[in-house]
Design a protein around this ligand. Structure first.
Ligand code: ADP
Length: 455
């Protein structure tokens, strides 16, 4: 069921319940009031007639005539007067005798002083009346036609007003909900048109600061992120295929050339060496891509534990120097290490080693002689690592881009590379809740600063 329909039903039912309760309370209290008022009226009539009969000594016949005459136009109260021995002293209409008093009834009135009850819709009251020290029992009965018709009117009017109000509320609910949901419907129509081929479409914002424009803004922001990650994905795939194609094409050319005609053993050796070098580049590239994929995992899927950063630095240095024996890497500790905690972070050893290896490699490969220094300092919160080289530096324009995947700076002709190392390093540092910044001057050198929190 649509939210709009649900809201209309909910709104109408709630209002119907409230109105219904309201009308019921009013009707019941009117009913109660009518009953109380009519018993009071009966009581007054009973006492007045007993007074007239006993006190003013008015003739029975006159009183009965008055009763019979009034009865034709009014719902006259039928009064009967007994003494306590159940002797009838006066009756308005013995011929009608609606109440038909009995001895037990008279006794009950005598005991209780007063009783009230209904008989076939008539209200009856029985009470004691004392005149000159003697006790009399007076009964009075009548049908409250006026009161009942007023009550019926109230009931009919209430039902009518109830039905009209509910209909009105239903129509108003349909109208207002339609108006309120119009922007949502417009959003749905627009959102239906957004697909992978036209991710540039955006939802329109009504300009108000309401929840709907907030939703449109949030949705648009999500589309912005999706669009850029979609573009990045597209670039990523085309960059990878380009990076893979170059060494593969070189290997194929080398092998084709050497298989074209008979070659000397030294020519074969050169061709094999070249092919081997290109294959190694391919392996390095695929390893970097694999690491990039790992670093892009959900952090909850990566194992973190307390590790000593100095040990990871030493491992990374060893690894870099194993493949590049001419690279010189100095590790310099600015503070004295008293305990493990000072130099430890909660991290993933493998990924941190990849990050440090990249920075060592870059520092060395972009400088002559291939040398790089890392300075380590720490405080109670963070460990700070400065990877410094005195190499060719990075241009100001490139500084803004070097963390973009596959981006290689203007200085790329200086040495080999694929443009994956820095974005990978940045991802790894972010996974460790750290920060990486760079400062560089062309032909003077570059410093990468990594700040890693202890935990
Ligand atoms: P790669 O080194 O494979 O080209 P990176 O992602 O590691 O890729 O680096 C991206 C770019 O940043 C490099 O191509 C280079 O232009 C620049 N760069 C990174 N580190 C240094 C450095 N220490 N000195 C000079 N340029 C650097």
């Amino acid at each position: 069921m649509k939210i709009r329909t649900r809201l209309i039903i909910l709104f109408t039912v709630t209002t119907a319940i409230i109105l219904g309760l309201f009308a019921t309370v009013i009707y019941l209290s009117a009913k109660e009031n009518r009953q109380i008022e009519f018993y009071n009226l009966l009581k007054k009539e009973a006492i007045t007639k007993a007074n007239i009969f006993l006190n003013a000594n008015v003739d029975k016949k006159i009183l009965q005539d008055i009763y019979h005459n009034n009865r034709k136009i009014l719902n006259e109260v039928e009064v009967a007067i007994y003494n306590t021995h159940f002797d009838l002293l006066y009756h308005d209409a013995v011929d009608l005798d609606f109440v038909k008093e009995t001895k037990p009834m008279i006794d009950e009135i005598y005991q209780k002083g007063e009783i009230e009850f209904y008989q076939e819709g008539w209200q009856v009251i029985g009470l004691q009346y004392i005149y000159e020290g003697k006790k009399y029992i007076v009964t009075a009965a009548a049908y409250d036609q006026y009161g009942y018709s007023k009550l019926n009117n109230l009931l009919h009017n209430s039902i009518l007003v109830f039905i009209i109000s509910i209909l009105f509320i239903l129509v108003a609910g349909i109208f207002f909900s339609k108006k309120a949901f119009e922007p949502v419907r417009a959003m749905i129509a627009k959102a239906k048109n957004i697909s992978a081929t036209n991710l540039d479409l955006r939802l329109s914002n009504n300009g108000n600061k309401d929840e709907l424009s907030e939703l449109a803004n949030t949705f648009n922001e999500m589309l912005n992120r999706l669009e850029s990650s979609f573009d990045a994905q597209k670039n990523f795939v085309s960059n990878i295929s380009h990076e893979l194609r170059t060494p593969l094409a070189a290997i194929i050319t080398e092998l084709e050339l050497s298989s074209n005609k008979e070659r000397t053993p030294s020519e074969y050796q050169t061709a094999i060496k070249d092919a081997l070098n290109d294959s190694k580049k391919l392996v390095r590239l695929s390893n970097s891509l694999l690491d990039l994929a790992k670093a892009s995992y959900d952090p909850t899927e990566i194992a973190f534990k307390p590790i000593r950063v100095d040990e990871v630095l030493l491992d990374a240095r060893q690894q870099v120097q194993k493949t590049n024996s001419d690279f010189k890497i100095d590790i310099h500790f600015e503070d004295e290490i008293d305990n493990d905690d000072q130099i430890s972070v909660n991290g993933n050893e493998y990924l941190l080693k990849v990050a440090f290896t990249n920075l060592f490699e870059n520092g060395c490969k972009f400088s002559t002689p291939h040398r790089c220094t890392v300075s380590v300092r720490f405080d109670s919160k963070n460990i700070t690592l400065l990877f410094v080289d005195k190499g060719i530096g990075i241009s100001e324009h490139d500084l803004l881009q070097i963390f973009t995947p596959f981006y290689r700076g203007e200085n790329r002709t200086y040495t080999y590379g694929h443009g994956i190392g820095l974005p990978l390093t940045q991802k790894i540092v972010a996974l460790h809740k750290g920060e990486i910044t760079v400062a560089s001057q062309e032909n003077k050198g570059t410093t990468f600063t990594i700040i890693l929190p202890h935990c």
